[in-house]
Design a protein around this ligand. Structure first.
Ligand SMILES: Cc1ncc(COP(=O)(O)O)c(C=O)c1O
Length: 407
């Protein structure tokens, strides 16, 4: 019967739970940084899902890893381990501060594991009173009830009954606000090196180093949520590497699988030892297909020339956006790092990021918003200069449309 179903946007409203409001078009095919919809209309992809498709669409190395693994074995559960998971874990450990890896299916699940581990570590070592988690306003850590409560936007966690307790929020880039909350009751401070969903707000080196010192003083763990910033997106494998600060726990997802769902929590051997057999788990975490693809992403991304390309792409983006701003005067600032950039709308256009996003789609460009005031770009790390230029021409048309009021 499936052959008779017409998968239109209208069908979404008929059969899907209405928690999303997807665009009118339905993309059906992608190659590199180009995507085509059901009508064969082409789009340049400056969104990468939401900072996920780190090597564009259908990258040959990822297609090959997925199809090779698909012919071997798909699933085992964690009753047995598997080769792709072990290879990927070894590569992540060798390339980072971490000694141990826990695999999950998403960013939220990686963070859920991180928060549970921090609580268990503190309980084992210091007792039940050390349970406080400090997070930041505007932060985003996922949509499970624990992670959304830790996230700094109450609007996302309100309305679902009692929330997990002992979670407090400080102000990002304000060390005094952390000092005012942190104590020996704090088990962890969690931060995104660049707040993504909150508006592409980079943490300052002084702030991140200061938080590290405060954690040391109070025997609290520093958890870095690198779900959005990780796997090369900022021009280093992980963003913490820019700051000379090492986290105790790091979470990674999104770009890790380049479009295949996978997440991971990385930590030290000592901290990991507190998640003993049976304390936490997941049916699919470490699935062979996911890990085979993630290994291919890692092998492709973790090279100096790819990191250099991320930085040259950033320069081209910044130069082009500055040129557009000289002409149309719409941004107050371009912020972010590598292939995670935010064009902040100036006073005149504040609150209208969605208008720019919709106009971009009208002109064949996939972009993103990060709140009402920021247009976000999170393209493939290896997007070509040519695709950037074509995308920017389309973005100019979108800006013209908004500025002239013809939406
Ligand atoms: C920093 C950060 N953490 C966690 C998440 C949640 O990841 P997922 O949607 O894969 O659960 C996101 C998603 O946007 C994120 O940006």
């Amino acid at each position: 019967m499936t052959g008779q179903i017409q998968p239109t946007r209208a069908l979404f409203d008929d059969v899907m739970v209405p928690n999303y409001a997807p665009a009118g078009i339905i993309p059906v095919k992608g190659k590199g940084s180009r995507v085509w919809d059901q009508q064969d209309r082409e789009y340049i992809d400056f969104a990468g899902g939401i900072a996920v498709s780190s090597l564009g669409h259908c990258h040959p190395a990822l297609v090959s890893a997925l199809t090779l693994q698909a012919e071997k074995i798909w699933h085992l559960s964690n009753v047995m381990t598997n080769e792709p998971a072990l290879r990927l874990a070894k590569k992540l450990v060798d390339a980072t501060f971490a000694d141990k890896v826990y695999f999950a299916n998403s960013g939220a699940e990686a963070n859920e594991a991180a928060f549970k581990l921090a609580r268990r570590w503190a309980l084992d070592k210091f007792g039940a009173q050390k349970d406080q988690i400090i997070s930041f306003s505007k932060s985003f850590h996922g949509r499970t009830f624990f992670t959304v409560t830790v996230g700094g936007q109450a609007a996302y966690s309100d309305g679902f009954g009692p929330k997990p307790g002992a979670v407090v929020h400080a102000e990002f880039n304000n060390l005094d606000s952390v000092k005012a909350l942190i104590s020996d009751k704090t088990c962890a401070v969690v931060l995104e090196p660049i707040q993504g969903e909150g508006g592409i707000i980079p943490g300052t080196a002084e702030f991140i180093q200061g938080v590290r010192e405060l954690c040391n003083q109070h025997n609290a763990l520093l958890i870095m949520d690198e779900v959005q910033t990780g796997v090369g997106r900022t021009g280093k494998l992980y963003a913490y590497m820019h700051y000379g600060v090492t986290p105790d726990i790091l979470t990674t997802a999104k770009s890790l699988g380049g479009g295949f769902p996978v997440g991971a929590m990385l930590t030290t051997a000592e901290i990991a030892s507190h998640l003993k057999v049976g304390t936490h788990g997941s049916t699919y975490g470490g699935n062979p297909l996911a890990c085979a693809v993630a290994e291919a992403v890692f092998d492709t991304v973790n090279h100096a020339d790819v990191m250099a390309q991320v930085l040259s792409n950033e320069q081209l983006f910044r130069q082009q956006l500055a040129g557009l701003n000289d002409k149309y005067h719409v941004f107050s600032e371009i912020r972010g790092q590598g292939m995670l950039l935010g064009a902040v709308l100036n006073e005149q256009y504040k609150g209208r990021s969605r208008d720019f996003f919709l106009a971009a789609a009208d002109h064949g460009l996939m972009a993103l918003v990060a709140g009402p005031d920021v247009i976000r770009f999170a393209p493939s790390l290896v997007i070509t200069p040519e695709d950037i230029m074509v995308g920017m021409q389309r973005f100019e048309q979108a800006i013209k449309q908004v500025v002239s009021g013809k939406e």
